[in-house]
Design a protein around this ligand. Structure first.
Ligand SMILES: NC(=O)c1ccc[n+]([C@@H]2O[C@H](COP(=O)([O-])OP(=O)(O)OC[C@H]3O[C@@H](n4cnc5c(N)ncnc54)[C@H](O)[C@@H]3O)[C@@H](O)[C@H]2O)c1
Length: 86
């Protein structure tokens, strides 16, 4: 099965909701969440389905496993971005 692996940058109201929705899809997986606010990360971790990188810095990079879009939900915009988190 093709699995869409996603990194979510910004885990406030929208980002947390996105993570919560993604967990309902068998063919989607959040591989990383990033937020400068530790509290926002802590509130989102329970909605992760599996193992994921949890980081205060999107510059920390991602694990070696393949991944696809980055969802930005950090007040710049909500968008998908195929670049690596760097
Ligand atoms: N809440 C809504 O109903 C709604 C609806 C449509 C669009 N939006 C848009 O979605 C975006 C996010 O809104 P929200 O309501 O989730 O805001 P929010 O304030 O709840 O969450 C934003 C999060 O981004 C984090 N953040 C800020 N800068 C960051 C950075 N450099 N790296 C990582 N994390 C960073 C903040 O710490 C915060 O947790 C905004 O652009 C907003 O306009 C929100």
């Amino acid at each position: 099965m093709l699995v869409i692996r996603v990194a979510v940058v910004g885990t406030g109201a929208m980002g947390k909701g996105i993570v919560e929705v993604i967990r309902k899809f068998d063919d989607m997986e959040v591989v990383a969440i990033a937020d400068i606010n530790q509290n926002a990360l802590d509130q989102t971790v329970p909605y992760l389905k599996g193992e994921a990188l949890v980081t205060k810095s999107a510059r920390a990079g991602l694990p070696d496993k393949p991944w696809n879009p980055v969802l930005l939900s950090d007040h710049t915009e909500i968008s998908t971005d195929n670049r690596k988190m760097n």
